[in-house]
Design a protein around this ligand. Structure first.
Ligand code: PCG
Length: 264
């Protein structure tokens, strides 16, 4: 028993560390984490063996751990249906840990497996940043957004200061056509679908486009002081957005020519 405990909860050695780091850097929602923080995350993971047939994660539950698959085969499931299969070297369980939402899918072990585990509390301790560092991270992202490319560092810092980080699970309507609007959004991770009912009585929504990291949406209702003109729906596995309230939007970026002239 003691033997198996030691085997079950060992810390990573250099080869393992590389596997964990590569998995983190390969995950869209984790890859922008600061290198020094990634090192700390890797050093804090422990190994756990899991028997075939067991669930590592159950859809709908609260999440307490982030995982990296070390060996074996895993199924990603939703509503009892297999969406995908994964082998070693994949980070999973990050969404509930990053955004405090419930588990968006189940992960079931198909063959005798081993995972690297990180406890949420440890993750949050490592990720905790001073206000200044958080703003610096946001400014780095804002600098890469084409819409904002001509803005001064000072203005970008002001925008970063008032941005709210939000996460929307796959399938969520972030914006509904015809409702009142009070926010503007920049996509920092993931993709959304833009759909529209072309006539007021249309039954079907027509897909207009998809938007991705660095794109924005929600400006129309704010600029024209009118209802939302389209639907914005989060695509799998979910979307991380930075949002601005109407006042901040008007004060800080509402005057940009690209926004005023935008005509879809
Ligand atoms: P808003 O506030 O009307 O909310 C829906 C958003 O969808 C809209 O602002 C735009 O930012 C965004 N969008 C992206 N593509 C299109 C498009 O082709 N037409 C319209 N009306 N909105 C679009």
């Amino acid at each position: 028993c003691v033997q198996s405990m030691q085997q079950s909860y060992s810390a990573p050695i250099p080869n393992d560390k590389q596997q964990i780091k590569d998995a983190i850097m390969d995950n869209d929602f984790l890859k922008n984490i600061d290198a020094s923080q990634v090192r700390e995350l890797v050093d804090s993971m422990y190994s756990k063996s899991i028997a075939a047939g067991e669930f590592v994660i159950r859809e709908g539950e609260a999440g307490a751990h982030l995982y990296v698959s070390a060996a074996g085969e895993f199924a990603v499931m939703q509503n009892g249906k297999v969406l995908d299969k994964m082998g070693p070297g994949k980070a999973f369980g990050e969404l509930a840990i990053l955004y405090n939402c419930t588990r968006t899918a189940s992960i079931r072990v198909l063959s005798e497996s081993r995972v690297w585990v990180l406890d949420r509390r440890v993750f949050q301790q490592i990720m905790m940043r001073t206000g200044l560092q958080r703003i610096e991270n946001s400014v780095n992202f804002l600098r890469s957004v084409p819409l904002l490319r001509n803005l001064s560092e000072e203005l970008l810092a002001k925008i970063a200061d008032v941005l709210e980080l939000e996460f929307y699970a796959a399938g969520t309507y972030i914006i509904r056509q015809g409702t009142a609007g009070d926010s503007f959004f920049l996509i920092s991770q993931g993709n959304v679908r833009v759909t529209q009912k072309l006539t007021p009585n249309a039954l079907e929504e027509t897909e207009l486009r998809t938007l991705s990291r660095g794109d924005y949406f929600g400006e129309q209702a704010l600029i024209n002081e009118d209802k939302r003109t389209a639907n914005i729906i989060a695509l799998p596995p979910g979307v991380e957005c930075l949002s601005l309230d109407t006042d901040s939007f008007k004060r800080l970026i509402g005057d940009l020519c690209e926004l005023k002239e935008k005509d879809y």
